[in-house]
Design a protein around this ligand. Structure first.
Ligand code: RI2
Length: 309
């Protein structure tokens, strides 16, 4: 396998490259590199790209964004000869990356509309889509304060806190378990998503569903910011979203706890009844419209059409 592709895939696996949108863009980039660097016959190209596809998809099982990015490129592959096939892969990969970046800007604008003029926002983990909304609200002149969770075990909250502070936003970092304690001070929760199922369930960083419960209890609106490529076509035909469980050493060194077992699931599912709105680049929708997004935008229905997003 091409060195550049291995480097990207290993980077995604180890979470050096992370965030559902980012891993989708780099997966598209890996396919672009593959097409650019390939030397061999047309037949080998078609065989090899299948291997690259499977390899990239296998890196992280939960975020459908990665899979959708890979299918976006592969399903648009056209050409009468190798040169044309290569060009179409490069073009689609570039188009995916461009669309993905544009989607974030639009989400920021639509999402900001949902933030009150003066608001305390709570966010979890490190989501570029959620951050786009929060930062846009700040740039729109809204007087906002943010609570952000540190997000165990990877502490992605540290990146969020630094990003917000750099923007001049008033940010307070809290431990994940302090969410309910602070919820009474929060006006709106804004998070991202790794995958959205056809029933509107939102799969996001572990702890998100607890935050949604606490928000629901306190009647605090809970919004999710997600590009349309975070919706999962396969859930329409009954597939369940696989929740990734990572190495226990991310929590503690098991050697220090010889009699203790560890579990480290890194995502959980928030049911649609706890989600007030999903902010996408094609509009702010109810979670119950997830199926429509999958059907219309991704052209994927129960009748078995291919995911062509
Ligand atoms: P954006 C991240 O997963 C977080 O769960 C975050 O909420 C989600 O992806 C969406 O991120 P991880 O890669 O696509 O940290 O909005 O496990 O950046």
């Amino acid at each position: 396998m091409d060195e550049k592709i291995v480097e990207i895939a290993e980077g995604i696996k180890s979470m050096e490259i992370r965030g559902a949108g980012r891993i989708a863009r780099v997966a598209a980039l890996a396919l672009k590199y593959f097409a650019e660097d390939f030397s061999g016959t047309e037949e080998d190209f078609l065989k090899e790209i299948e291997r690259v596809k499977e390899y990239l998809i296998s890196t992280r099982p939960t975020a459908v964004s990665l899979k959708n990015a890979v299918y976006f490129v592969i399903n648009r592959m056209r050409g009468e000869n190798l040169e044309e096939l290569r060009k179409s892969v490069i073009r689609s990969a570039e188009e995916f990356i461009k669309r993905s970046k544009e989607a974030l800007k639009i989400i920021g604008k639509y999402g900001s509309g949902r933030i009150p003029e003066e608001a305390t926002i709570l966010t979890h983990c490190n989501s570029s889509a959620a951050l786009a909304t929060i930062i846009q609200a700040h740039r729109d002149g809204k007087r906002i304060k943010v609570f952000n969770t540190e997000t165990r075990p990877w502490f992605q909250g540290h990146i969020t806190a630094k990003t917000l502070a750099k923007e001049g936003i008033d940010v307070t970092m809290i431990v994940d378990s302090a969410v309910r304690y602070f919820m009474r001070e929060v006006d709106i929760v804004v998070v991202g998503a790794d995958t959205i199922a056809s029933n509107g369930a939102v799969i996001n960083k572990i702890g998100t569903s607890q935050i949604a419960l606490a928000a629901h209890e306190a009647r605090v609106p809970f919004i999710v910011c997600a590009e349309t490529y975070k919706f999962s076509p396969e859930t329409v035909i009954g597939k369940l979203v696989k929740i990734e469980e990572r190495d226990p050493r991310e929590i503690a060194d098991p050697k220090d706890f010889p009699e203790v077992k560890f579990r480290n699931p890194v995502f959980d599912a928030t049911p649609p009844e706890y989600v007030d709105a999903i902010v996408t680049e094609i509009g702010v929708i109810s979670p119950y419209l997830a199926y429509e997004i999958i059907k219309e935008v991704m052209n994927f229905g129960a009748e078995g059409k291919k995911n062509r997003y």
